[in-house]
Design a protein around this ligand. Sequence first.
Ligand SMILES: NC(=O)c1ccc[n+]([C@@H]2O[C@H](COP(=O)([O-])OP(=O)(O)OC[C@H]3O[C@@H](n4cnc5c(N)ncnc54)[C@H](O)[C@@H]3O)[C@@H](O)[C@H]2O)c1
Length: 320
Amino acid sequence: MAGRILIIGACGQIGTELTLKLREIHGNDQVIASDIREGAQELMESGPFELLNATDEPHIREVIAKYEVKEVYLMAAMLSATGEKAPMKAWNLNMDSLFHILHLGKEGIIDKIFWPSSIAVFGPTTPKNDTPQITAMEPTTVYGISKQTGERWCEYFHRKFGVDVRSIRYPGIISYKTLPGGGTTDYAIEIFHEALKNSEYTSFLAKDAALPMMYMDDAIKATVDIMEAPAEKVKVRSSYNLSAISFTPEILAEEIKKHISDFKIYYDPDFRQSIAESWPSSIDDSAAREDWGWKHEFDLEKMTSTMLEGVEKTLKENAK
Ligand SMILES: NC(=O)c1ccc[n+]([C@@H]2O[C@H](COP(=O)([O-])OP(=O)(O)OC[C@H]3O[C@@H](n4cnc5c(N)ncnc54)[C@H](O)[C@@H]3O)[C@@H](O)[C@H]2O)c1
């Protein structure tokens, strides 16, 4: 391929698995991982790694020149629950890092950008069920405000300067290889660890808090698919709605009980419940399906059995 790929925030929940998938597709040396901290052994040992702060523009430019990078995946961000504890820090990280990368696109130094948005762009005035692609967006978290603003800037840089920036609004992402980074949907990962360790879990969301979710493999597939799609097929240049599964803590607990019959769930909602209440329960992603052929593979049953197997394996390896 012409030019290499740089992933910023590569050691996080999504970045780790995305880096490994892109290395599998393009070759280990073609994909440069970077983060402010070191990550999982497999990621660190499988290809190049740079310690890089997403807000340090001169250093980003240096790394891009060093490796002749042409494609950037900007995964560094402060997420919804953590962002509420440090609003200005979240805003500065989420916005500054995006501007640095958009300007590199505008200057023609890089050819293609992936920047993830989130269901957090929606708010209490958004229709809750089958949320449309274009709808009311009045986010109430600093994270959601930063993602909504980011979407507007992505579209602006595309329209005004022809920057090839592509984006999807990830729902809650469920995975077992890397722990989640402080989001409102993290309960749907913790529950598997606690079910296998203690046969019980206390959810920080209420039992009927329905949220859109997706298994990691589907999220990675969507990311690869939108980046590989011909430019003219990517018609939405703010960010695409993306959907797979929608469930409540109670429904997920019932599914887990099919595998662990004595599993018990308790509820003790905290500040994250009000964030969850402001988000959609399910998403209409027909634009992504029509424009670039998005299709999910993991339903609730398949996701649950894959998670239980994966977490069990991880717990056994950690115990060795
Ligand atoms: N995980 C989800 O459920 C979810 C849902 C919607 C959107 N997203 C978005 O996807 C992207 C990746 O999310 P994630 O879940 O992997 O997050 P994460 O918190 O697990 O990972 C983020 C990574 O960024 C790194 N980072 C933090 N500050 C940095 C800085 N200044 N410079 C460089 N790296 C820095 C962290 O060390 C971490 O490894 C984010 O933009 C997030 O908003 C995630």
